[in-house]
Design a protein around this ligand. Structure first.
Ligand code: ZN
Length: 293
């Protein structure tokens, strides 16, 4: 089954809910970037959150970028998602290796360390919206919960999970949910939801037992009338192209391109988001040079 996002409401729209399966998305990121297990978990969780937050955007061309800058060995992690279910991302140090956390889990918090989470929403306005919070645990779900509460003033519950296969270090399961409480929610709805979340199994446990996004929502929102609004396929997708990188080369200016041509060697440019290399031969560089005024 390919990855998909479910959007839902509950309690007469006092709750809005998102759940997603991201196994193929995170496995593609792992393979493209040669991610270590802990880097797969870290980037995978952020990709899972990103694709759900993309699903919250209103307009087709809106973009959301999640950026974590910590002092841990993984360095920065960046994810960009759109409203159509497409998400891409990278970790600065994809090969980071760490011993397991004290409870035997992949040490995502340790790989990220202390730092900040920045959320940038580009909605076609002059200035993109940007909110920043200090990392709470570096485990990402808690950090996003804190972000929603403080930056957007929306009480939320975020669950993110990535499980790896021990034998070959590929991704076994990935997915997550975001539950948000609207301002008009009654105390009764709030306390029932709190009760549910307190007794909820860990996301990885739910994913490991093969629960679909709909079934995950069924667990988180047990006892509520859930209305599924829609479902949408999601996946890892980068919009880079040779054309885009040609534009980047043009922006370097005549002098720079001339000096590359004079060096006499083709150059390779890499897209950080999807780790694709684009090589420009001397003849191509000469064509680009001609195009610059
Ligand atoms: Zn790319």
């Amino acid at each position: 089954m390919s990855d998909y996002l479910v959007r839902a409401t509950a309690a007469d729209a006092a709750i809005r809910a998102f759940a997603v399966s991201t196994l193929d998305t995170v496995e593609e990121a792992r393979a493209r970037h040669n991610l270590s297990p802990v880097a797969s978990a870290a980037l995978g969780r952020l990709l899972t959150a990103g694709v759900m937050m993309g699903g919250m955007l209103k307009n087709e061309d809106d973009l959301v970028t999640l950026r974590i800058d910590g002092d841990g060995p993984i360095g920065s992690i960046v994810v960009t998602a759109d409203s159509r279910g497409e998400v891409k991302g990278f970790a600065a140090n994809p090969s980071v290796m760490l011993p397991p956390s004290p409870v035997g889990k992949l040490d995502v918090g340790g790989s990220i360390g202390n730092g900040v989470l920045t959320v940038i929403k580009d909605m076609g306005l002059k200035e993109p919206y940007s909110g920043q919070v200090v990392l709470q645990t570096g485990e990402i779900a808690e950090d996003l919960t804190y972000y929603f509460a403080t930056s957007e003033q929306v009480p939320s519950s975020v669950g993110l999970g990535v499980l790896m296969n021990r034998q070959d270090a590929t991704v076994k399961r990935a997915g997550g949910f975001i539950i948000q409480l609207m301002p008009f929610a009654s105390d009764e709805v709030l306390s029932k939801l709190e009760e549910n979340i307190k007794s909820l199994k860990p996301v990885t446990t739910m994913l490991d037992s093969g629960l679909t996004p709909e079934e995950v929502l069924g667990e988180v929102l047990k006892g509520f009338d859930i209305e599924i609004t829609d479902t949408m396929p999601v996946g890892f997708k980068c919009n880079c192209s040779k054309d885009r990188l040609t534009k980047a080369l043009i922006s370097l200016g005549r002098k720079e391109i001339k000096s590359i041509i004079d060096d006499g060697k083709p150059i390779t440019m890499n897209c950080h988001f999807c780790n694709t290399d684009y090589t420009f031969e001397i003849d191509e560089l000469k064509d680009i040079y001609k195009k610059i005024k």
